[in-house]
Design a protein around this ligand. Sequence first.
Ligand code: NI
Length: 138
Amino acid sequence: MRAHLGRRYRLSASHRLFSESLSDAENQNVYGKCANPHGHGHNYTVEVIVGGEIDNATGMVMDLAQLDGCVSREVLEPFDHANLNTLECFREVVPTTENLVIEIRKRLESTLPRKMTLGVRVEETSNNFFEYYEEPIP
Ligand code: NI
């Protein structure tokens, strides 16, 4: 039998929404105050949802400590208290939360111990959230 396990993490980071492929006026028009040169911060909530077979011996989909280790190493250490715009992965990609979700997924995907489904959901504010799933999570 398969099941999904979700775990919530907190991440504080700053960003500036600004696209090199748009003019200053267009950036202002698209991103408004989020394009201000000094950027702004968010306290993101990152939810990671892994799906897989329930192990017969342990009764678990994945060991929580192992998941925490992957998320700490791949996501929290590089991103927490960082200015996202300065990171290599956002050098040519606007650090919107859509793109943050994709980047987090990419980083976690390669570290999971065996074939599992992976969903990532990031809450930017209490009103906005962004999600990426490889396949629908039931
Ligand atoms: Ni923002």
